[in-house]
Unconditional design. Structure first.
Length: 116
C-alpha cells in the first residue's frame, strides 16, 4: 500500500503557510499541528471528542481555515492539533473541495456531484 501526501496552502485572513498533508480519506477532519495553527492565528470555535484507530478518545478544539491546492480550494473545519500531531487531510476537507481519493492509484480526483 502506498501513502499519499499533498502540499496545500493554508490561510487565515492575511496569514498563510504551506503544509504537507497525509491524505487520509478514513479520517473525518483535517488536522493542523500546533505550530501551524498558531502561526495562522486560528482560534478555537468548539471542542470535539475524537476516537482514534485504537479506540482511545481524545479532545481537540476545532477552527476553520481556507485550504488551497492545485485540485481545488475552499473553507474547511480543522482540528487544532497538539505539537506532536501530524498534518492530516481528512474526508470533510476533501468533500468541501469536491475531491475524492482514488484508492487504486492514490491520487485526488474531482468528485462526481449528485443533486438528489
Amino acid at each position: 500500500m502506498e501513502i499519499t501526501y499533498i502540499t496545500a496552502e493554508v490561510k487565515n485572513k492575511s496569514k498563510k503557510c504551506f503544509v504537507k498533508f497525509l491524505v487520509d480519506s478514513g479520517a473525518t477532519y483535517s488536522v493542523l499541528p500546533e505550530n501551524v495553527w498558531n502561526d495562522l492565528k486560528l482560534k478555537p470555535k468548539r471542542e470535539v471528542v475524537l476516537t482514534l484507530a485504537d479506540g482511545e478518545e481524545i479532545k481537540r478544539d476545532v477552527s476553520e481555515c481556507f485550504i488551497s491546492m492545485s485540485q481545488g480550494e475552499g473553507h474547511s473545519p480543522v482540528i487544532l492539533g497538539k505539537d506532536d500531531d501530524k498534518p492530516l487531510l481528512g474526508a470533510v476537507t476533501l468533500e468541501n473541495l469536491g475531491l475524492v481519493l482514488n484508492p487504486l492509484n492514490r491520487t485526488l480526483k474531482p468528485m462526481k456531484m449528485l443533486l438528489a
